[in-house]
Design a protein around this ligand. Sequence first.
Ligand code: ATP
Ligand code: MG
Length: 439
Amino acid sequence: MTALEPTGRLQPYGIMVADDTARVFDAIARHGGRARYVGGIVRDALLKRDLIDVDIACDLLPEETRNALEKVGIRVIPTGLKHGTITAITDAGAYEITTLRVDVQTNGRHAEVAFTDSWLADAKRRDFTFNAIYCDPDGTVYDPFDGETDLREGRVRFIGVAEDRIAEDYLRILRFFRFQAWFGRPPVDPIGAEACRKGAQGLIDISAERIRDEMFKLLRSKSPAGTVGDMIGFSILPVILPQLARTDCLRIMQWLDSTALADPAITPDPLRRLAALFVTGDNGTDDNLAAAERLARQLRLSNEQTDRFASMVAHAPLIDPGLSGEDIRRDLYRMGADAFRDAVLLAWSTRASVPPRCSRTENEEWKSLIDAAANWQPVRLPIQGRDILSAGLVPAGPRIGELLKQAEEYWLDRGFQPDQEELMTYLASLISAGEQETE
Ligand code: ATP
Ligand code: MG
């Protein structure tokens, strides 16, 4: 039997009821094809979450789907023709449309695929039961492996024999834990997790970019620390990222960034959470920075991400809940509110995760650092090099930079109060004092 039997209904909403979505489905139907939602959008609709990415399965060949859509003026990008995927672009969003297919040959990383007209065969090649639920545009649900029950009960369950499915594609190990973090209820499914442990060496051949993307997706879930702990316990992380060996700081970080602090500038952030996984209470600072840069390279982080990551790791040990108001202002001025906030959260997580942990008063002190970042108004030194030059204090040259630094120190020491006039007077007095000395 290759057709699927309806198993239930859901009420379409969000992008499912957009006019553009109807145009996509109509175009395919007019061409004699049949299309259904599948994967993330159905899973998320069953949980009534926001619907973002639209995955569609379709029984037309990719070129046919493309023609059907282009004929009615829908833009198509041939994103993965070889694997049967095209992307339709409309004002309402993007639609990943994949022809029904089976994997005919796999090597743990890539699959050679063949197209099929069997919906069941297409379902069987998918990874987890709740990722193989299909849904017609009208909301009729087809759930061949009872993924809905698994979803409701928080169970991430492989379709078929977990070990075999992992050997076909080792990335599924990371997907297993990512979905566990998002939809699973502890404890993790022992059959799946054991199969992941057995297959873990296969992750060595998975590209750094895919590992990074999966880790970031996992770290975006509300409370990933438990699952990361499972990944350590089932010997997954030691294969790919052995430097991430403890979850105690991450536990505090996830509590701070998603529950404890009602600051709109603070939301779960994968890079900050990665830093919390990486920095533990007992790392030495210099080694830490070098290791942070190695980790950033290993995960192919962008330059911007690398700088941010290194800055957190470098600054966190310097942040102390007892910092004076003046020190806080100096840090905020030099680092900017965002980097300061990152460093405070990382320092706080680190400190709170090791005995004697944080007292209520200390937590209040940490909180006041976060408040200082929220209230910070960026300020700029009121003079520039050209002011010094045009006042004729010194000729052009390196001395200008030195004077600017001295003016900045003077200005910082006085709580950003001195204005341009006062700073110029100060510099003039410095210069004449210097001249008197050399006379
Ligand atoms: P999200 O988009 O939220 O990351 P998703 O489940 O939609 O989650 P996608 O990567 O968009 O994930 O893939 C869409 C569907 O394709 C999945 O739901 C699953 O059915 C199938 N799929 C994706 N990757 C794999 C894989 N490595 N092995 C088997 N099936 C997969
Ligand atoms: Mg998706």
